[in-house]
Design a protein around this ligand. Structure first.
Ligand SMILES: [Zn+2]
Ligand SMILES: [Zn+2]
Length: 78
């Protein structure tokens, strides 16, 4: 469980993307949450639904995933 070992809620320095598990400098869950990049982004509902319930409002997905899914959603799926 990455949550127990790597994420130290409160200092916001070590966070992982809930989807790709790569380092993600999300500030959700810290006093600086309002300056996190994700606060300026609109996440599609489908993207949000990919985040496991226990990580919601704790960490945003990383910017790479955000870009990846945004592009995916713009193209019709075949
Ligand atoms: Zn990611
Ligand atoms: Zn964030």
């Amino acid at each position: 469980m990455w949550l127990s070992s790597k994420v130290r809620n409160g200092d916001g320095l070590v966070m992982e993307c809930p989807i790709c598990k790569l380092a993600n400098a999300c500030l959700a869950g810290t006093p600086n949450v309002s300056s996190c990049w994700c606060m300026n982004k609109q996440f599609d509902e489908w993207v949000l639904s990919q985040i496991p319930e226990q990580y919601k409002h704790k960490a945003c997905i990383c910017e790479a995933c955000y870009v990846k899914y945004s592009e995916m959603l713009q193209k019709p799926q075949r």
